[in-house]
Ligand binder design. Structure first.
Ligand code: PMP
Length: 339
């Protein structure tokens, strides 16, 4: 007779130093990522009916503090996405911000983190027939974090122009980070990598530049910096907003939010991408053409340095972006910087 082995439970990562960041908050209780309790019957993976955020916290070793960047904007964007999907998060914006601060404290991690809040349709309420829908489905909110070291040096990447178009806002609104809409960018980035590129730049259905898979696009022509306007079927990124603010504050460059034709992108002096996770990255080639000199340009380099200084709290001019989370005595783990 075949015996069915009982699987050994995975070690509780909260207890071991090998997995420093695994605490997870799910609907009002602290647990671990592996014990969060989602099942194959959870609705969101079937229909893409979830909304998420990506938030960075930067570790400042000199001050013994973590800085959560633009926490309020990220919390507000998540809750707006919840409204769109009729998700009742049962948590207010201030409570969500406090929760994320508590998560960083509880992680006991002295290093850079990426925080992932997720709100989704979980399971059918009693009496709701099987099938797709937004009403009659229970909601679930979870927040967890992973270590994500920031990059000390400016990275240069090569992009393709994707054959996949960015989904139009009249079909799936790109202004919210809806889980289902990420199949669109997954197809694009997969195509790009299979063809030997690092990243995909997507056009919208009108044929102008929209965005890269998880970041916004900027192109410099002379002393004008252009980023696709909000009506270009983009997620108007929070990092994009930081870059606009930094450019206006420090650079002798005019900034424009406007439709960006692909022909303008290809002849730009500099192109860069920006987003919470990817930070600021120089694009030195697009579809086999060199951008500018084929090396990261000075405006990109300056914005990279200024952004890094602001979010890491080494330049306090933009301290209002950052929510400080002082280290607790038992925050002991460190990560590796790629310096
Ligand atoms: N576009 C898409 C599709 C994204 O997923 C992201 C990452 N959130 C961005 C742009 C950049 O947005 P943010 O700067 O708010 O992270």
């Amino acid at each position: 007779m075949t015996s069915i082995a009982t699987p050994t439970p995975a070690p509780d990562p909260l207890l071991g130093p090998s997995s420093p960041v695994s605490c997870c908050w799910v609907d009002g209780r602290w647990t671990t990522v592996t014990q969060a309790g989602l099942t194959v019957a959870t609705q969101a993976p079937h229909y893409g009916t979830g909304v998420f955020e990506g938030i960075r916290s930067y570790w400042n070793a000199k001050r013994d503090v973590s800085y959560l960047v633009r926490l309020g904007n990220h919390a507000d964007r998540l809750l707006r996405g919840c409204r769109l999907l009729r998700i009742d998060p049962k948590i207010s914006a201030p409570e969500l911000r406090d929760l994320i601060v508590a998560l960083v404290e509880r992680s006991r991690f002295r290093g850079d983190l990426y925080i992932r809040p997720l709100a989704l349709k979980s399971r059918l309420a009693p009496g709701t027939p099987f099938g797709v829908g937004l009403s009659g489905v229970e909601d679930l909110v979870a927040v967890y974090a992973i270590p994500m070291p920031s990059r000390a040096t400016l990275r240069a990447i090569r992009c393709s122009i994707s054959s996949w178009r960015r989904v139009p806002s009249g079909a799936v609104p790109p202004q919210a980070k809806l889980t289902g809409s990420y199949v669109n960018v997954a197809l694009a980035v997969d195509e790009a990598r299979a063809a030997g590129f690092d990243e995909a730049i997507m056009l919208n259905m009108r044929g102008t530049v929209a965005e890269a898979s998880t970041s916004n696009v900027f192109a410099l022509h002379g002393d004008t910096l252009t980023t696709p306007s909000r009506d270009s079927d983009i997620l108007p990124g929070i990092t994009r907003d930081c870059v606009l603010e930094l450019t206006r504050a420090y650079l002798d460059v005019e900034v424009r939010e406007a439709p960006l034709p692909v022909s303008d992108l290809l002849v730009a002096d500099e192109v860069f991408l920006c987003g919470t996770g990817g930070e600021l990255v120089a694009v030195t080639g697009i579809s086999g053409r060199a951008i500018g000199t084929g090396a990261p340009g000075p405006v990109t380099a300056e914005l990279f340095t200024r952004y890094r200084a602001a979010v890491q709290g080494t330049d306090d001019t933009h301290a209002h972006w950052n929510t400080a989370v002082p280290a607790r005595a038992d925050r002991a783990h460190t990560d590796q910087k790629d310096s």
